[in-house]
Design a protein around this ligand. Structure first.
Ligand code: ARG
Length: 465
């Protein structure tokens, strides 16, 4: 016989090339746990509905457990000739329990099977990613609390803009990670419906209970349309979109670490644990982990693009093209997971050079806005005029090669006579950050209270677990 599954119709073996292009076991073997769980739920439901006997269902269940442990032990032989995980499992089941194995495939198809398995798999990935992001947030919040008052330069256009606190900078990524988690959770709700029982595309004439299998597999409900159930992969696309955005966040942070640790900047140091040396230049401390986080983003976005392109021309319902949905997605999710874990490690590892940060924060007339604000607040000057006056003062300081707080008061008064010595109180970087108390601003006391509220939130989440 040419093939155990469809040998009735076929008399010849497939061409070697046919087998090579068709085989998916190298990829979908990673779905073994989900495949077996879904088969167990299906068999139990078939027995519950009187479609197969209770004793057949029991043997099927036992056989599937044996297969699960064989795969766990590494003694299971995955066969390429059996194409995919579904046929590998079923074939082994028939070796183990005989003809009853053939009853498992009643009222289902590999089309609803693979859609179910992959939903379960992606759901697990989402839950792991969420936990990894929570750990990332925890690391950031711990460090933010430690550095609530550490002053650093804030940048726009990568030019020194205004002093900020390092804690505030770290908390920015906590917020991004929170939205990332929100996107995953939101998409998880839409993912969590069961395709099982949609069969090949049209449903089945057997009196199955799709609600029962959905419940057994932790889905909220069965999918309402059999054609949709077997033929969409939007759940993967949504997760890859969320993953891409998250990867971009990781990449931006990684880029900052690359910049901060460059000897030209030197605001932050990574330990030996997160740097590598050079085989030729003994002085080098390369931030390879950060660079690779930046690069892994390409894999995640690539996976999203790849699958969008696979799906864009497909008519309903299942098309074999969809077999190409898994490899890129699995690699993309793995890349993101590694990126999150590497960033978490670096957040815990990095040591800011506080003295250098403070010095850099004051460079480039970073408190010029504080001077302009003082003119507005104290002299009731319109902001546009204050901006102009401050510009002239900055130009004078620059011409004399001094910082704003080093410029003699008379020189400022020569430009604006109403300026008093009180102005000196706002020109230091510390007073600048301290004054930024508006909601969401960088003031140390804001950072401390934000960090503390995040600590509570994360702890509460862990308890609800
Ligand atoms: N290996 C296939 C996939 O991943 C399983 C579904 C195959 N269905 C089919 N009708 N050939 O998509």
């Amino acid at each position: 016989m040419s093939n155990k599954m469809w040998g009735g119709r076929f008399s010849e073996r497939p061409d070697e090339i046919m087998e090579e292009i068709n085989v998916s076991i190298d990829v979908d073997r990673h779905l073994f746990a989900q495949d077996i769980a879904a088969s167990k739920a299906h068999a139990a439901m078939l027995a519950g509905q009187g479609i197969i006997t209770a004793s057949d269902a029991k043997n099927i269940g036992k056989g599937l457990d044996t297969i699960l442990s064989e795969i766990g032990k590494g003694s299971f032989e995955f066969k390429r000739a059996l194409e995919d995980i579904h046929m590998n499992v079923e074939s082994r089941l028939s070796e183990l329990i005989g003809p009853a194995a053939g009853r498992l495939h009643t009222a289902r198809s590999r089309n609803d099977q693979v859609a179910t398995d992959f939903r379960l798999y992606v759901r697990d990935i989402v839950d792991e990613t969420d936990a990894a992001l929570a750990a990332f947030q925890q690391a950031l919040v711990d460090r933010a609390l430690e550095h609530a008052g550490t002053v650093m330069p804030g940048f726009t256009h990568l030019q020194t803009a205004q002093p900020v606190t390092f804690g505030h900078h770290l908390l920015a990524y906590v917020e991004m990670a929170a939205r990332d988690r929100g996107r995953f959770q939101d998409a998880r709700k839409r993912l969590n419906e069961s395709p099982l029982g949609a069969a090949a595309l049209a449903g089945t004439s057997f009196p199955i209970d799709r609600h029962a299998t959905a419940k057994a597999l932790g889905f909220d409900r069965p999918m309402a349309n059999s054609l949709d159930a077997v033929s969409d992969r939007d759940f993967v696309l949504e997760m890859l979109s969320a993953a891409s955005i998250c990867a971009v966040h990781m990449s931006r942070f990684a880029e900052e670490i690359v910049i901060w640790t460059s000897p030209l900047v030197g605001l932050v140091r990574l330990s030996d644990k997160f740097t590598t040396g050079s085989s030729i230049m003994p002085q080098k401390r390369n931030p390879d982990a950060a660079e690779l986080v930046r690069a892994k983003t390409g894999r995640v976005i690539g996976a999203l693009n790849g699958l969008l392109i696979v799906m864009k021309g497909l008519p309903l319902a299942y098309q074999k093209d969809m077999q190409e949905d898994k490899q890129g997605a699995m690699e993309g999710f793995a890349a993101l997971s590694l990126a999150i874990r590497a960033m978490t490690g670096m957040v815990r590892d990095l040591v800011p050079d506080e003295a250098k940060m403070k010095l850099a924060a004051g460079e480039g007339y970073a408190t010029a806005t504080d001077l302009a604000d003082w003119l507005v607040r104290t002299l009731k000057m319109p902001f546009r005029e204050a901006h102009h006056v401050t510009g002239r003062i900055v130009a004078k300081a620059a011409a004399g090669g001094v910082a704003l707080h080093e410029l003699p008061l008379q020189e400022m008064q020569a430009i604006e006579p109403k300026i008093t010595k009180d102005v000196l109180g706002v020109l230091s970087v510390e007073s600048s950050v301290k004054s930024r108390t508006s909601f969401g601003g960088t003031a140390p006391k804001n950072v401390t209270s934000q960090a503390k509220s995040w600590l509570k939130r994360l702890e509460k989440e862990r308890k609800l677990g």
